[in-house]
Design a protein around this ligand. Sequence first.
Ligand SMILES: C[S@@+](CC[C@H](N)C(=O)[O-])C[C@H]1O[C@@H](n2cnc3c(N)ncnc32)[C@H](O)[C@@H]1O
Length: 217
Amino acid sequence: MNTLTQEPARAVIDRLFAAATAQEDAPPAWPAGWSHAETTAQERADLLAEIYMPVSVPGCRLLYALTRATRPPTVVEFGTSYGISTLHLAAAVADNGTGHVFTTELSRVKVAAATANLTEAGLADQVTVLEGDALTTLRDVPAPIGLLVLDGWKELCLPVLRLLEGKLPPGALVIADDTTFESMADYLAYVRAPANGYVSVDFAVEDGMEISCRVPQ
Ligand SMILES: C[S@@+](CC[C@H](N)C(=O)[O-])C[C@H]1O[C@@H](n2cnc3c(N)ncnc32)[C@H](O)[C@@H]1O
């Protein structure tokens, strides 16, 4: 079974990727009032509520494959947006016949859109979409977390990893997107330092993904 190739999920995923690509080709005007340094995470999420910013096509296929391979009981995602990566995680959980995805998003507009997309794809039962700040919403997700995807605002990837680290069993996978961004430097330094308990490898796709396997010392 591969839900990614089946309707209705296939059509929803194709439509969302097409919309994201069209947006990247003709980006909307940068929102008035934008200043990275002077906006909170919530303000940025609201200002950028119409922007998809998805994990790449091969990156999403990788998320599906890793979830199928590892059969995690709990999948956690930081940064839902319109649900493109979430749909791939949910499809894998559905095809595994076990597990559940917890994903979190600051933008209310995006939470509604992602929920509608998951429902249309027939994958809503596999996912809990948590509205709010990941540092709060993810506090009580159930352990063990077999697979963690980090794709929210980059400066929060390390704090979110540290929040959830105690729930990552040996062998758990952590996948972070956009590792070529300067703002990922502290995260990469952390997961690449063996003393912190990860074996970490760069997966060179689009803006870069880091795959880190939990190997506590
Ligand atoms: C790069 S996009 C996620 C793209 C998504 N993974 C996909 O493949 O379609 C990052 C998202 O993280 C959300 N976000 C940023 N900081 C957050 C936080 N502290 N808590 C929850 N969501 C956050 C943003 O609003 C934005 O929609």
